[in-house]
Design a protein around this ligand. Structure first.
Ligand SMILES: [Zn+2]
Length: 503
């Protein structure tokens, strides 16, 4: 356990030192838990992840939208968040500390059953078990529901809330989608944007944030579509690391690599459309740089599911910091959302099926970007006697190429800057650095995961050759500078390997 803690300290230490993330923010005022700033490299990395997410959704037939992050109270009344998006809390009667009641009971009395208990029942449980304030041993107050939404105001007096998820803002557009998609279902849209959750006492750094970037893909479809889903044919031979009906404590060895067609036959999935969504989520995480080695798709036990959910699977990523981390949920939301918004807005959100009005169902893929960002840094970290480096896939790395003059002499600096420009113009994210010894410059690039470094020296002035250095093997080879864009393109896209450049 202590070594796990040490490892997350290592990751946070490196992330702060090298400008991936800083916080809690605002640091100079002591920081508020649950808020982090992305430094320049964190932002570059996040942009890369988001661009991969976008292209994967687009490839799967989804269209992107962007909605406001603030909505008036009625929206959240309709969505169920005003009444249902709550944590049960209790406050110490003496020192005033606030605790999440269910978590506190689980921590202090692991055998107690608390899932699904009302605030009143939790209050009774605390009395029955004799639980007191862990800090000052005084009695705890009665358990109260605490809403996790952040409240704000429109104009002088209209109550409004910052969205706790992007999904609701997407659903409000359903009538517009019907026009845009010319009345045809299924219709698929996605949104990437900020969401806010006023967690009582967020821990685990960037894994539990009060403000985060959420990605949610939604498919609006009819019941029949969920069974007749032609796209399933394209993925039925794909093999996924599945973990059907297992608790979170399950072992990696419990994962079975299963062909999607077999998963359907074995009844792991009831509906091809839903199974396809699980595959799309898996593919997005593959594209973000996670291998099957560190990934598993876990089906919730019936006791873990929300009451309206027919099925629920998560994408989980293995980290050295925290073990398995839940990173993405795939939800079968039925027609709950559109029905509620139809009822509260009094707008018709149904379509005609056999001349009868039917409110469509929704399948959803939902995840935050900050968790995979952290997991990627955690997974990429390598340390040996000589150095620390981040083994990002070249296509994901925030900086792809670093360019150095061997020394800060004018005759080398000029050509190095020209080469740097030409590499930038060829479309790579590059960094120019002439500070310190060449060894130190290599180490700095290793620590931020830059896969390739190029050095200009006196030989370059004579024959145009430069030194190209590979991050993982630390091997170096000489290539002609005019060939660099082509060589880098092939290396970064994985079309060729560094070793094959060696003469
Ligand atoms: Zn206390």
């Amino acid at each position: 356990m202590s070594s796990e803690k040490d490892f997350s300290d290592t990751i946070y230490g490196l992330s702060k030192k090298r400008g991936f993330f800083w916080g809690p923010s605002p640091e100079i005022y002591g920081g508020s838990a649950g808020f982090f700033d992305l430094g320049p490299l964190g932002k570059l990395l996040k942009n890369r992840l988001e661009s991969r997410i976008r292209s994967e959704f687009v490839r799967a037939g989804f269209w992107e939208v962007e909605c406001p992050t603030v909505s008036p109270e009625i929206v959240w009344k309709a969505s169920g968040h005003l009444d249902g998006f709550i944590d049960p809390v209790t406050q110490c009667t003496k020192c005033g500390q606030v605790f999440r009641a269910d978590n506190l009971i689980k921590e202090l009395a692991p055998e107690a059953k608390v899932d699904g208990l009302s605030p009143k029942e939790l209050t009774e449980k605390i009395e029955e078990l004799g639980i007191e304030c862990p800090s000052c041993k005084s009695p705890l107050g009665s358990v109260e529901p605490y809403n996790l939404m952040m409240k704000t105001r429109l104009g002088l007096a209209q109550d409004a809330y910052l969205r706790p998820e992007t999904a609701t803002s997407t659903y409000l557009l359903f009538r517009r989608f019907l026009t845009f998609f010319r009345g045809k279902l299924p219709a698929s849209v996605f949104q990437i944007g900020k969401a806010y959750r006023n967690e009582i006492s967020p821990r685990q750094g960037v894994l539990r944030l009060r403000e985060f970037t959420q990605v949610e893909g939604q498919i609006f479809l009819l019941e029949q579509d969920e069974i007749d889903w032609p796209s399933f044919e394209n993925i039925e031979k794909e093999v996924l690391p599945l973990l059907p009906y297992q608790p979170q404590e399950a072992d990696k060895s419990d994962v079975t690599l299963t062909k999607m067609s077999d998963a359907l036959k074995k009844g792991f999935f009831q509906k091809p459309a839903y199974a396809w969504c699980v595959y799309v989520a898996y593919k997005i995480f593959r594209e973000m740089g996670f291998s099957d080695e560190v990934m598993r798709l876990r089906q919730h036990l019936p006791t873990e599911r929300a009451h309206y959910a027919a099925d629920a699977w998560d994408v989980e990523i293995y980290t050295k910091s925290f073990g398995w981390v839940e990173c993405c949920g795939i939800h079968d939301r039925g027609n709950y959302d559109l029905s509620r918004h139809q009822e509260f807005s009094k707008e018709n959100l149904s379509v005609k099926v056999d001349k009868k009005p039917v409110v469509p169902n929704v399948l959803e893929i939902a995840f935050g970007v900050e968790r995979p960002l952290f997991c990627l840094i955690d997974n990429s970290y390598v340390e040996d006697e000589e150095r620390v480096w981040l083994r990002f896939a070249a296509e994901i790395a925030p900086i792809q190429v670093a360019v150095f003059p061997l020394m800060g002499k004018d005759e080398l600096v000029g050509p190095a800057k020209i080469l740097f420009e030409s590499i930038m113009n060829a479309g790579f994210v590059a960094q120019y650095d002439q500070g310190g010894s060449i060894g130190r410059r290599y180490r700095r690039q290793d620590e931020v995961g830059t896969p390739y470094c190029v050095t200009i020296d006196y030989e370059t002035l004579e024959d145009g050759s430069v030194t190209l250095r590979d991050r993982d093997s630390m091997l170096q080879t000489r290539v002609h500078k005019d060939d660099l864009p082509g060589i880098l393109e092939a290396l970064i896209s994985g079309k060729s390997r560094f070793e094959s450049l060696e003469k």
